[in-house]
Write a protein that binds this ligand. Structure first.
Ligand code: AP5
Ligand code: MG
Ligand code: ZN
Length: 215
């Protein structure tokens, strides 16, 4: 049982380390960004609405995002815990999440914050490549696929996310600073925050997280 949030700027490595954590704890990985991208792929109304904001690197409106996240949290597989990645992203979203958890007699165990400096974040974002088919994530320098442009898992083509251009990445970091970073204090005051150095290898970051979650 683990109810946790991975907090961190765009490119901090949330998705990469989340994959390892959810395997270890056997809990669902809930990424609002992944939900929006999946909807866009299927051209649903939600996906098309979210796209307007995502391509600019802006946040999708709070009420829509909260609705999506809480609906997902009501699914059966969340009964034994969950890992939230990229949600909440504003104080309003965090308050809505608290309200939801309270109503369902649940509480958070920990909020893991991945700390990475801006220069490294930009390098990670602009070098990221993702599989069109299975969503696996690579990096042209730090985590290259065995064959350039091809997914190790399923053999499909690797592409660049539409919001990983340098210009949009810079705006996403600004939006994080303005709208999401206040959550650091928010969770610190609740005694839930566990800051982790996110600059190491994926394995090192994963081990540091296991250490704080094991406490
Ligand atoms: P979202 O999909 O959540 O994107 P993000 O927060 O910007 O974060 P990223 O997915 O870009 O980075 P990550 O931390 O997962 O890094 P990754 O592991 O891939 O959101 C996208 C958009 O959706 C938002 O801009 C917004 O519009 C909307 N949205 C989503 N949630 C929302 C919400 N709650 N409210 C409102 N709007 C919302 O790693 C990055 C790269 O680095 C990869 O190439 C990876 O291979 C590499 N890497 C990772 N870890 C390491 C490591 N340890 N060492 C070396 N390389 C590494
Ligand atoms: Mg991600
Ligand atoms: Zn793949």
């Amino acid at each position: 049982m683990l109810r946790t949030i991975l907090l961190g700027a765009p490119g901090a490595g949330k998705g990469t380390v989340a994959a390892k954590i959810v395997k270890e704890y056997n809990i669902p990985h809930i990424s609002t960004g992944d939900i929006f991208r999946d909807n866009l792929k299927r051209k649903t109304e939600l996906g098309l609405r979210a796209q307007e904001y995502m391509t600019r690197g802006e946040l999708v409106p709070d009420d829509l995002t909260c609705e999506i996240a809480t609906t997902r949290l009501l699914e059966d597989d969340c009964k034994n815990g969950f890992l939230l990645d990229g949600f909440p992203r504003t104080v309003y979203q965090a308050e809505k999440l608290d309200e939801f958890l309270r109503e369902h007699g649940q509480s958070l165990d920990k909020v893991v914050q991945l700390v990475v400096d801006d220069e490294l974040l930009i390098k990670r974002l602009t070098g990221r490549r993702v599989c069109k088919n299975c969503g696996a994530t690579f990096h042209v320098i730090t985590i290259p696929p065995k064959e350039e442009g091809i997914c190790d898992n399923c053999g499909h083509e690797l592409i660049q996310r539409a919001d990983d251009t340098e210009e949009t990445a810079v705006n996403r970091l600004k939006v994080y600073e303005e709208q999401t970073s206040p959550l650091v204090t928010y969770y610190e005051e609740k005694g839930l925050l566990a800051p982790i150095d996110g600059a190491g290898t994926p394995e090192e970051v994963f081990q540091s997280i296991l250490d704080v979650l094991g406490d």
